[in-house]
Design a protein around this ligand. Sequence first.
Ligand SMILES: Cc1cc2nc3c(=O)[nH]c(=O)nc-3n(C[C@H](O)[C@H](O)[C@H](O)COP(=O)(O)OP(=O)(O)OC[C@H]3O[C@@H](n4cnc5c(N)ncnc54)[C@H](O)[C@@H]3O)c2cc1C
Ligand code: SF4
Length: 340
Amino acid sequence: MRPFVYEQPTDISTAVAIASRFATDDDQPTRANAQFIAGGTNLADYMKLGVAEPNHLLDLNQLKEAALRQIQVTDGGIRFGALVRMGEAADHAEVNRRYPVIADSLRLAASGQIRNMASLAGNVLQRTRCEYFRETSWQCNKRVPGSGCAAMDGFNRQHAVLGVSDACIATYHGDFAQALIALDAVVHAEGGHGARKIPFAKLHRQPRDTPHVETDLAAEEIITAIEVPAIPWARRSLYLKIRDRESYAFALASAAVALDLDGETVREARIALGGVATVPWRAGAAEEALQGKKLDEASAGAAADAAFAGAHPRQHNAFKIELGKRTLVRALLETRDMKV
Ligand SMILES: Cc1cc2nc3c(=O)[nH]c(=O)nc-3n(C[C@H](O)[C@H](O)[C@H](O)COP(=O)(O)OP(=O)(O)OC[C@H]3O[C@@H](n4cnc5c(N)ncnc54)[C@H](O)[C@@H]3O)c2cc1C
Ligand code: SF4
């Protein structure tokens, strides 16, 4: 690991000011000289591997703003401070009652130790586990722009089938983000140009021909909170995660589902897919396919077909299309049958 300067700013504006001092206009957060660290479960790993090489590490844990560590429940929804730990949010009574899909997505992620350490903002900004990205001797457009992509013709069993490009097929591995995109969450950020709100669906960028540009954030911008609007019918929601082993593994395929039902007829469906796409993936075509329909195995199957209509498999990951469809069908039927 290279030497770096470690700083502990004590308020948000100081942290932004320090990061701004080291950032240039076209710096990406993950390639900037100064980078933020919260739980460190993702960034410290990538620093040790030589994938992330900040010269200045800005630890956010001493920031004095109390809201960064709070979960605030209001009539308008729930606001999660950026430094709230995954474990705390997963165990929160109102999160479990109002948005089971959020609580499930956090509980099924990582391990108890990691959930106690890792922050919510760090979780949504976690970087891909693509083996060729993590090992610096391989060609990787995300790590070294323009160098090529070793995964295209390499072992790509865990890679994405949706949202891929000729430059990158890396999967976005997070779980929480699928619940957030399904529920139309909003990210609050503070940077050199002040505070702003970013719809969660606009936070992550598909790789296209610039896979190193991973989010809409500027290098000096700090996520301060994530807000989920009140959706009374989201009590009928869940997160289903399919993986190689029952715990402590990333999703091969997952589905976040929330349903507004009139009897067995779908008034509105919210669907996001994990483990199969390059970014948190809202399955709009599947939602449309279900609207106004009786939810049964046939309509759920048609929605799953719609969700994967644009899939592009590579040599080893074609199984994710069938697995992803079955995961979604099961998630839809289990959500329909929930007692709320
Ligand atoms: C073995 C293992 C298994 C795992 N399994 C899962 C899993 O099944 N599902 C899952 O979802 N995750 C999983 N994870 C990922 C884990 O959840 C993330 O590492 C963790 O959530 C990251 O949070 P953190 O606070 O530690 O982030 P950090 O490592 O501190 O930071 C991550 C990134 O976010 C940036 N950042 C952090 N906070 C802010 C902020 N407020 N504003 C702007 N930028 C910020 C950092 O600069 C960095 O780029 C696993 C991790 C490990 C090591
Ligand atoms: S899939 Fe993306 S992250 Fe993986 S090697 Fe290719 S460019 Fe790099």
